[in-house]
Ligand binder design. Structure first.
Ligand SMILES: C[S@@+](CC[C@H](N)C(=O)[O-])C[C@H]1O[C@@H](n2cnc3c(N)ncnc32)[C@H](O)[C@@H]1O
Length: 191
């Protein structure tokens, strides 16, 4: 375990995921981008686990592959797939233990290639069907832009309707930041 600064949604998501990653058999990074989250998962997952990482952009898949190569984390149990996560998640053959979304756009890329509320909610619905008992879906959302605010609103509105008898749903957000900081949504399927 390491010290996690409790100041942003991604740090908090990693802190919450840390104890679960080594127990997971199947993990999915829905938006691999520059590969930071994929590397976080690949470094901690069990030797016999499988990790899927998706992105719609070729350049993101290439950046993630390079990051994993640099950290000696590439293996035949890490699957990097280009495409939209709603379609690719359907094709993952198994029940999934951990699903991570880091929404928004690639900071170093085309900011117009933003995740969208419609596709994200569609992918969450697929994730809710595929997630194992006690499994977790984690979403970092960025309401600081118009597109990000609309998406965060769509995610929040949908997650408020998820049945309490089947899933525990919560969120985390900073309260004293002057701008509109990222938020974290957390879903766990009840055991
Ligand atoms: C904030 S970045 C992800 C950061 C990344 N997790 C990391 O650790 O570097 C958001 C990513 O979502 C990707 N994206 C947008 N729409 C998508 C979709 N429908 N399916 C998969 N990826 C998508 C973008 O291309 C972008 O790379």
């Amino acid at each position: 375990m390491e010290w996690y600064p409790l100041k942003n949604a991604v740090n908090v998501s990693h802190m919450l995921l840390e104890p679960y990653v080594p127990m997971a058999r199947v993990l999915v990074d829905m938006t691999c981008g520059n590969g930071h989250d994929t590397a976080f998962l690949a470094e901690r997952m069990a030797r016999d686990a499988s990790l899927y990482a998706f992105d719609i952009q070729d350049s993101a898949i290439a950046a993630t592959r390079q990051r994993l190569r640099d950290k000696q984390l590439l293996s035949d149990r890490v699957h990097l797939l280009q495409g939209s996560h709603d379609q690719l998640l359907e094709q993952v053959p198994d029940i999934v233990d951990l699903i991570v979304f880091n929404l928004g756009y690639l900071p170093s890329g085309d900011h117009a290639l933003h995740t969208t509320g419609e596709i994200t909610v569609k992918a969450i619905k697929i994730g809710l069907h595929k997630i194992a008992k006690n499994g977790i879906i984690m979403l970092a959302a960025y309401p600081g832009t118009d597109a990000g605010a609309a998406e965060a609103n769509a995610v929040r509105t949908y997650l408020q309707t998820v049945p309490q008898k089947d899933y525990d749903v919560s969120m985390w957000q900073p309260l004293n930041q002057i701008h509109c900081p990222p938020q974290l949504y957390i879903v766990q399927k009840r055991g």
